[in-house]
Write a protein that binds this ligand. Structure first.
Ligand SMILES: [Fe+2]
Ligand SMILES: [Fe+2]
Length: 271
């Protein structure tokens, strides 16, 4: 079976390329399950209930988030009531939402999705290592395919999580930096790994925001509005192939779709 994790969706351009191209991409790439990080989907920070609905309607099976999760407070009740959107599992127990879920892929495989937040160069949170141990003890044994979105800043932190979970989960894939890393690999125990799957949104930008605004604030220390940029919109993500019986990864590759590449594309005439 084949799973896609879409990297941090930024603002309207990011949401647009996902809604326009996901149906055709699922078909072209024969993808059975789509996970998307949506922490920047509402104007660059947070996610709204309407964007949650829009992404699910477009064919996303599960949404993960990250440090910007509660920027739009109206998402809190959705995090409580819906099983297809996650908060980091190492947030405090009282924080709204669920840290993991099981979703059904289109081939019938049950897939566990786990969200974790890194601690290096980020706001302090609970230990992600003990949190993931707790989650793995809770996931039913028959759910063999398990995907971790490790939302973190430091590549070393992400590599450590990959090694820690090697042989215990199907994939440890990073989000948050908005920059795709070229280290996709299958670790010795059968876990697919990549430090960061990249960003879905405008790449003519600084991590999705207008270059001039970020530059001005950086050079002058004067606050500006970090509006979402508009140019060179791409959908970036990573595809993992998995053996549903064992949960081991059998393949991993990066995926990039340019704006307009798939939008409006007629359905492929594949069997
Ligand atoms: Fe992000
Ligand atoms: Fe983030």
């Amino acid at each position: 079976m084949r799973i896609l994790l879409i990297g941090d969706i930024v603002g309207k351009p990011g949401v647009k390329i996902v809604t326009e191209s996901l149906a055709a991409m699922r078909q072209r790439e024969r993808i059975d399950l789509v996970i998307a990080n949506g922490e920047n989907s509402a104007d660059g920070s947070g996610i709204s209930p309407s964007i949650h609905k829009k992404l699910i309607a477009a064919g996303v099976d599960c949404i993960t988030l990250g440090d910007h999760i509660y920027r739009r407070s109206e998402i809190a009740p959705v995090l409580e009531s819906e099983a297809n959107i996650l908060r980091p599992a190492n947030y405090p127990a009282a924080a709204p939402g669920h840290g993991w879920t099981v979703v059904k892929a289109s081939d019938g495989t049950s897939v566990a999705v786990i969200s974790l937040l890194g601690r290096v160069f980020m706001r302090p949170v609970d230990c992600p290592w003990s949190a993931v141990d707790r989650v793995l003890a809770e996931i039913p044994a028959e759910v063999k395919v398990r995907i971790v979105d490790f939302h973190g800043e430091a590549t070393s932190d992400k590599q450590l999580m990959g090694r820690y979970l090697d042989g215990k989960v199907t994939a440890v894939l990073g989000t948050h930096t908005h920059v795709t890393t070229a280290d996709e690999q299958i670790l010795p125990g059968g876990t697919a790994f990549q430090c960061d799957v990249g960003m879905t949104g405008p790449h003519e930008s600084i991590l999705g925001r207008r270059i001039d605004r970020v530059m001005e604030t950086t050079l002058t220390f004067q606050p500006t509005q970090f509006d979402v940029a508009t140019g060179d919109v791409r959908l970036c993500g990573t595809v993992v192939d998995a053996d549903p019986q064992s949960g081991r990864a059998t393949g991993i590759r990066r995926l990039k779709v340019m704006e307009g590449e798939l939008g409006g594309m007629p359905p492929a005439s594949e069997p």
